[in-house]
Design a protein around this ligand. Structure first.
Ligand code: URA
Length: 211
């Protein structure tokens, strides 16, 4: 499943690293490092069309007009806790970015997203916001996070994940058709516990070693 709002990043480096992450026996350390590396590679893709402005600079040889990213500093918005796994990789490429932490957990019975923390820069209206969560499963958390960001004025939001389920993509694109998605893969389906199949298991547990 793909449309102009869903970008499947098929770069061989991303695909190779994702395969390593899926392997059951990958260590916590290895999983975390790979997620960071993929975060960096996805950051490159999601920022590809950022607007630039031409500024006057002087090289040691001559003055010139040179391109810079226009506008206010970007905001990176990880959904806690698994979204944090992308953060260092993204910050490596965007070291001045602001950060919005969005605390949501999935109620195990209803599977609905429950908010427990939200702290973002005051002025999101004119910032590009990169919302991130490795797993787009039911889409409930991603939709709730996007609503919170929009309520704070965000108008240019992009969603980055590692793996998506068709169900999550369908829900997110229908509720937030204005927000494009970048993912490394769209897997087959969700299972009865809303885990992505074949997926990679619980991303938070695997990156933090909590199981
Ligand atoms: N969250 C995860 O960490 N893994 C899934 O498969 C689905 C949601």
């Amino acid at each position: 499943m793909t449309n102009s709002h869903v970008h499947v990043v098929d770069h061989p480096l991303v695909q190779h690293k994702l395969t390593l992450m899926r392997e059951r026996d990958r260590s916590t350390k290895g999983f975390r490092e790979l997620l960071n590396e993929i975060g960096m590679l996805l950051a490159y893709e999601v920022t590809r069309d950022l607007p630039i402005e031409w500024v006057d600079i002087e090289t040691p040889i001559a003055p010139m007009k040179a391109p810079k990213i226009a506008g206010k500093k970007l905001t990176l918005a990880p959904i806690l806790r698994a979204g944090v796994g992308f953060l260092d990789g993204m910050l490596a490429l965007m070291p001045s970015a602001r950060i919005a932490h969005i605390g949501l957990y999935r109620d195990p019975n209803t599977l609905q997203a429950v908010e427990y923390y939200f702290k973002a820069p005051q002025d999101l209206t004119d910032r590009t916001v990169i919302l991130m969560d490795p797993m787009l499963a039911t889409g409930n958390s991603a939709c709730a996070a996007a609503e919170l960001l929009k309520a704070r004025g965000a108008r240019d939001i992009r969603f980055v994940c590692l793996l998506a389920a068709p169900e999550g993509v369908a829900k997110f694109t229908s509720e937030h058709p204005d927000i494009p998605i970048w993912t490394a893969a769209i897997d087959e389906k969700l299972n009865d516990h809303a885990y992505i199949v074949p997926g990679l298991g619980d991303a938070g547990d695997r990156m933090f070693g909590t199981k």
